[in-house]
Design a protein around this ligand. Structure first.
Ligand SMILES: [Zn+2]
Length: 291
């Protein structure tokens, strides 16, 4: 039986490789987390065959070099020994300004690096059991650079020192969802959201059965105001003519009438905070009022 983490990695490995600025970032993400220097070569080993195949493809695209994939017990590996390739990799790693400067050419590349890092050295727990995502690394330099990169993406991970290395981890389900969305692991993100919603519904039922129906009433009252506004917009100008950000919220509000703003926010891609959803709904109310 494959773990949640393994399934997520397989899924990520099958994403189309875009022949863009992001390729190098993803390749180096895998290398920095799964590559080991041994004298004049680097050995990259991964648990998943799909992931190592993806690494080989990225390598071929970025540096024009082909590698042979071999297997050892339950993992797969390849060895890079071409001098020019090693030189190029060292150049990336030894940037004085930090590797993010050289690898992250555009905003999209941060996400690609994160995907590579996860494929190379990340794991996560099945959300049905627990919320946990972590990345292991041994170099102080990679740790500080990667932590900075995560922070720039709005992903706050904590550090613990372990076995001569570092583990960056989070147990916050919102951060895990955001990280998965950045990587492009939308099905894994959906699984977590579903688990969260289920948990929330269960606790909501407990609360209401305790006689606390006031909250739910408030949700329904606000929802009906929004629905009337959305209805007016649909009749007079059409929901399709709303700006894209408002359209997404309007459609979700209409389709999930009894969800709270927080729950609606979790259904958005990428997920959004309660106040963000509230802000957009207010703009929708304003538009409806001025029709
Ligand atoms: Zn890019």
């Amino acid at each position: 039986m494959k773990t949640f983490s393994q399934r997520t990695k397989e899924m990520l490995s099958k994403l189309e490789i875009e022949t863009s600025c992001c390729c190098e970032a993803e390749m180096m993400g895998i290398l920095m987390f799964a590559g080991k220097f041994r004298g004049t070569e680097i050995r990259v080993s991964l648990e998943s065959l799909d992931a190592i195949k993806r690494f080989a493809e990225l390598l071929k695209f970025c540096l024009g070099t082909e590698v042979q994939i071999k297997s050892l017990r339950s993992s797969y590996f390849c060895v890079l020994s071409d001098k020019k390739v090693l030189q190029k990799i060292l150049e990336y790693e030894n940037q004085k300004s930090g590797f993010s400067q050289s690898l992250i050419k555009n905003e999209c590349c941060s996400a690609a690096f994160l995907r590579g890092a996860f494929l190379g050295g990340g794991t996560m727990t099945d959300p049905n059991k627990n919320y946990n995502m972590e990345f292991k690394m041994y170099s102080t330099y990679i740790h500080s650079e990667f932590k900075k990169l995560l922070e720039n993406m709005g992903l706050g991970f904590r550090t613990i020192k372990k076995n001569n290395g570092f583990v960056l981890y989070t147990k916050n389900s919102d951060i895990i969802c955001d990280a998965l969305a950045h990587m492009g692991a939308f099905s894994a993100q959906m699984e977590i959201l579903n688990v969260k919603i289920e948990k929330e519904v269960r606790s909501e039922i407990t609360r209401t059965s305790n006689g606390e129906t006031a909250n739910m009433d408030k949700v329904m009252e606000a929802s009906s105001r929004h629905l009337m506004a959305i209805d007016d917009i649909e009749k007079i100008m059409g929901i399709d003519n709303l700006p894209d950000d408002l359209k997404e919220v309007a459609v979700l509000r209409r389709d999930f009438k009894d969800l709270s703003l927080e729950q609606l926010g979790k259904k958005m891609v990428p997920p959004m905070s309660k106040s963000g959803v509230n802000h957009r709904l207010k703009r929708i109310l304003d538009i409806a009022e001025n029709l």
